[in-house]
Design a protein around this ligand. Structure first.
Ligand code: ADP
Ligand code: TRP
Length: 322
């Protein structure tokens, strides 16, 4: 049987190069390797986005972005999390077998609270809803970034507790699948993230893109001096796009000296611009065809709901709620 691949993307801001190389690229590659289910995690986004207009817009934007970047509705099922309300019921069932201690150990919760996000109940039980997302589709493989691995391990635990409590194999054990690109640096050298305001957006173009790339923070080594390619963000970002020969060429120039960051930034800018040009074109078409995008999401929801209702039925039966 084909493996079920599933992942969720929060519609909590404009997608950036960190999301692309850390997650989206891998999601798209998986379309050809099994039965892929991708959803826009709008229930989860409510833990940080609490403006209806903004959430609606960000949600449809993620759908448009994925379609523009190459998600094929013939190969993968794309849907909105909230179109499958069964998932919230399963989250409740799972919460009744999940210990407080498990959730209290979540790094992501602690990190978010440390960053100033209010510790609401929904933020605390976020991993239970995420477990329901994964288990309701009997997912085998969950491609995620390193920051999400603990959530998948918690999902494995919750599946085990439920199956053991009710002596029935209701849920398949999912496995996380890590991407090769561990961490994309932002324009300030920290991890690229919406919450640090240091992103290069995938669909930025023209002067806006130029301004961000030319604004990448570099040290003050003079143009003539040799520079270490491995510690500079311009080179690190360039390696994401360049061929082996192109990478070697820029590396040699930095090491030789007489090559300034400004020149390297221009080369990087050209690469980013060219790489995403066809996707930008496709995106513009999709923006003008929202009916098509809605249709993809609607069909995706029908397909996903078929699977979700089967699993929920068997979970309800197992615990005596029929
Ligand atoms: P952000 O940090 O901007 O809020 P998210 O937490 O929504 O991004 O991340 C969505 C996906 O993109 C996750 O799978 C995450 O691991 C991946 N990701 C985000 N930023 C990066 C980065 N800088 N490098 C690699 N992967 C990233
Ligand atoms: N928590 C994930 C993130 O922030 C998004 C997400 C929600 C998810 N549900 C999921 C990812 C289920 C994988 C599987 O990136």
């Amino acid at each position: 049987m084909q493996k079920r691949i599933l992942s969720g993307i929060q519609p909590s801001g404009k997608l950036h190069l960190g999301n692309y190389f850390g997650a989206i690229h891998q999601h798209l590659a998986f379309q050809d390797q099994g039965e892929a289910f991708y959803f826009i995690a709008n229930y989860h986004a409510l833990t940080t986005v609490q403006n209806a207009l903004q959430l609606r817009e960000l949600t449809i934007d993620v759908a448009i972005d994925y379609l523009a970047l190459g998600l094929s509705p013939e190969k993968a099922t794309l849907f909105r999390q909230s179109d499958i309300p069964e998932v919230t019921e399963l989250a409740w069932l799972l919460s009744t077998v999940t210990g407080m201690g498990l959730l209290e150990r979540a790094h992501s919760y602690k990190d978010k609270v440390a960053k100033g996000i209010l510790p609401k109940v929904g933020l605390f039980t976020y991993p239970v809803l995420m477990a329901a997302d994964i288990l309701i589709y009997q997912s085998n493989i969950v491609p995620v970034g390193a920051d999400q691995v603990q959530h998948i391990e918690m999902t494995q635990d919750m599946a085990g507790y439920f199956n053991t409590t009710y002596s029935k194999e209701v849920f398949t054990r999912p496995e996380p699948q890590l991407n090769e690109t561990a961490k994309v640096p932002g324009i300030d050298g920290q991890k690229m993230s919406k919450s640090y305001g240091n992103t290069i957006e995938i669909f930025a173009e023209g002067n806006a893109l130029k301004k961000v790339v030319m604004g990448i923070v570099t040290d003050s080594t003079p143009v003539e001096a040799p520079k270490d390619p491995d510690t500079n963000v311009v080179f690190q970002l360039y390696t994401l796009f360049a061929t082996t020969e192109e990478k070697q060429e820029m590396r040699d120039k930095f090491l030789a000296g007489g090559y300034g960051y400004g020149e390297a930034k221009k080369t990087l800018l050209k690469k980013i611009d060219e790489y995403f040009a066809p996707f930008r074109l496709r995106r513009k078409e999709l923006v003008n065809d929202k009916a098509y995008v809605e249709e993809v999401l609607r069909k995706g929801a029908i397909r996903a709901r078929e699977e979700a209702s089967k699993t929920l039925k068997s979970a309800r039966l197992a615990c005596g709620i029929d």
